[in-house]
Each structure stands twice: as C-alpha cells, then as structure tokens.
Design a protein around this ligand. Sequence first.
Ligand code: HEM
Ligand SMILES: *[C@@H]1O[C@H](CO)[C@@H](O)[C@H](O)[C@H]1NC(C)=O
Ligand SMILES: *[C@@H]1O[C@H](CO)[C@@H](O)[C@H](O)[C@H]1NC(C)=O
Ligand SMILES: *[C@@H]1O[C@H](CO)[C@@H](O)[C@H](O)[C@H]1NC(C)=O
Length: 324
Amino acid sequence: MANSFSLTTFSSSSSLFIALLLIFSAAASAQLSSTFYSTSCPNALSTIQAAVQSAVANEKRMGASLLRLHFHDCFVQGCDGSVLLDDTSSFTGEKTAGPNQNSIRGFDVVDNIKKQVEAICNQTVSCADILAVAARDSVVALGGPSWTVQLGRRDSTTASLSQANSDIPSPNSNLSALISAFSKKGLSTNDMVALSGAHTIGQARCTVFRTRVYNETNIDASFATSVQGNCPSTGGDNNLSPLDLQTPTTFDNDYYTNLVNKKGLMHSDQQLFNGGSTDSLVNTYSTNPSRFTSDFVTAIVNMGNISPLTGTQGEIRLNCRKTN
Ligand code: HEM
Ligand SMILES: *[C@@H]1O[C@H](CO)[C@@H](O)[C@H](O)[C@H]1NC(C)=O
Ligand SMILES: *[C@@H]1O[C@H](CO)[C@@H](O)[C@H](O)[C@H]1NC(C)=O
Ligand SMILES: *[C@@H]1O[C@H](CO)[C@@H](O)[C@H](O)[C@H]1NC(C)=O
C-alpha cells in the first residue's frame, strides 16, 4: 500500500485523494430525494396515503402508532426498517426491546401498505420509506401539518436489540438524558422539544406513568387524581391513558399547554417544563402553534435523515417482517 502510493505522481495521487474524498463525503451525507420514486413508482405515495387514511379512519390511534414506529426505526441503526423485522429462531429483531415490547404497534397496517405497494411496483419501495411516508400521512390525517418526505432509504438486513434498549429514550429520563439521547443521533435540543410534541396524540400504558401520577410533586393534583382513576397503584399495567388528555386524536400544540399546566403524563414529558433550559421553548410552542408546526416539520425531516442506507447498501425487502 505505502509503496503503491509512493510510486504515484503528485498529480495522480492528489486526484486519487480528491476522488476518495468525494466517495467518502457522498457516503457520509448520502442524499435522499423527494422525487426518488417519481419514475420508478409514481403511484407509491398516493397508495400509501390512501392506506393510512383508511387505517386511521378505522382507528384514530393508529395514526399515533405509525408515527411512533418511524421514531423507533430511526433511533436504532438509522431509518432502515429494522424495527419491522420479526424474531425467528436464527434472527433477533428489536421487537422484544424494553421500549418496544407490548408497546409498538401497527405492523399489520404496514404489511397491508407494503402488499399494496408491491402489487403496483415490485421490489421498488423500501419499508423504511413506507414508515417515513406513513408518519407524515398519519400526522396529516389527525389534523397536523404536512411536509415533503425525503425518499430513497433502503432496508437493513440487520437489527439491533441492544441499541433499541440503549438508544430509545426511557419515560423515566431526566432532561439531560433526553437532550443527550437526541444529540447522539445528531438532533438538537430544539428538535427534541419539537419532536416530543408527537405526544399530542396517542396513548400510554399505566406502567410507564404510574410513579409520576402517584409520587411526583410537579403535577397538577386534579390531573393526577383523574389519571389514577384508570391506573391503580398496583395492577392494571396495560391500562391506557391519553398522552394529551384534551385532544388525544388531534395533532395540535396542546401537549405544550399541558406541560405548562403540569399535566405532562410521563416523567420525561414534564422534564421539558420543570424549571430547566427548555422551559422557554415549551412556553413558545404553547402560545405559538405555527412556531411549533414549522419546528416540528424541520425536526422530523432531520430525524428521517438519520443514517439512511442508500445506493446499493441494504436491500428493498419484499416483506417488511423479514430480510430477503
Ligand atoms: C423524547 C423522548 C421520548 C420518550 C421518552 C418517549 C416515550 C414514550 C412512551 C413510554 C410511550 C408510551 C409507550 C407505552 O405505553 O407502551 C410513548 C408513546 C408515544 N410516542 Fe413517544 N417518546 C419520546 C419521543 C417521541 C417521538 C420523538 C415521537 C415521534 C416523533 C414519539 C411518538 C409517540 C407516540 C405517537 C406515542 C403514542 C403511540 C400509540 O398510541 O400507539 N415519541 N412514547
Ligand atoms: C417480485 O420480484 C421478486 C424478485 O425480485 C420475486 O421473487 C417476486 O416473486 C416478485 N413478486 C411479484 C408479486 O411479482
Ligand atoms: C440524569 O440521568 C442520568 C442518567 O440516568 C444521571 O446520570 C444524571 O445524574 C441525571 N442528572 C440529573 C441532573 O439528575
Ligand atoms: C411511591 O413512593 C413510595 C415511597 O418511596 C413507594 O413505596 C411506592 O411504591 C411508590 N409508589 C409508586 C406507585 O411508585
């Protein structure tokens, strides 16, 4: 190696250097594109949107569940569809990780979307891109903002149970742990606060907020009492409560109003408004819905850019639950 370099002339070694630099920088910032399927599968996006609209019409919570799948996908190995892989006797997926088990849902809806997309364009649209588009269409279906989804992610042939356990933030996290979990993925504190606004929709299990509603002091007393009504101090672990008690199936900025009123459901939620560095941003989002909307859109596009597989990396799965 050293010899072959020393034999090259200055000009050819510097152009080699520039070529390598271009290759590495292309790999490092592999570009997604909003028009990725325009010629290869022009009806992909309309097919996904129709399927999401029908799933959300059938059960509004599904919009929340699909949005969360994109988050849990992107925080583990990047947005590569790894969260969708089933465990088998010879393969360990992410579905049994603490943050996922008995918690993430929507796999049947994703299967149905994938089946419809495969029927119009065989092995063209990745499962990772389906999750990114379904997240956007879910937010829109529940009255939230729309945005242009960047596309061209490919699917992983691997999954990481250990990273799902370590990198998806816990509902017991304090503010500094939340900030560092997002920072580890290249996301800012502002992105973290804006993305947490996703908790304006969906439900959580008693087991993840019990300690907060029984034992914490930075909580509105009547809110705590009301949530305790469906979350006994022992038992009832899977009983559900809405993350936003006001409008649980509408994507709005009420999440932040709740935090200002000490009505965050989970410990991690209330951490965003607890006398720390993010209080002022929460205040802003609670009074300025359009600031929330534009910051949320910026942040979810940033999240969708976490370490995608592109080009010839990974594969286009035929079935989102298993590698080809
Ligand atoms: C900031 C750190 C976060 C923590 C600690 C967190 C934690 C949680 C927990 C514990 C639940 C309830 C799970 C259960 O009861 O089984 C939940 C639900 C949910 N999370 Fe998060 N989350 C965070 C950020 C996000 C982000 C960034 C998104 C999406 C952009 C998101 C979207 C959702 C949605 C939509 C639900 C309700 C899901 C449903 O009803 O099926 N979360 N989250
Ligand atoms: C799609 O293509 C793959 C190979 O690329 C093939 O195995 C599969 O049977 C095809 N499916 C359909 C529905 O044509
Ligand atoms: C926040 O949580 C982390 C990890 O659990 C812990 O190491 C740290 O001491 C906590 N920080 C504060 C300010 O409580
Ligand atoms: C609340 O705290 C007390 C005292 O630490 C503890 O015994 C109890 O189990 C806690 N309750 C819940 C629901 O976390």
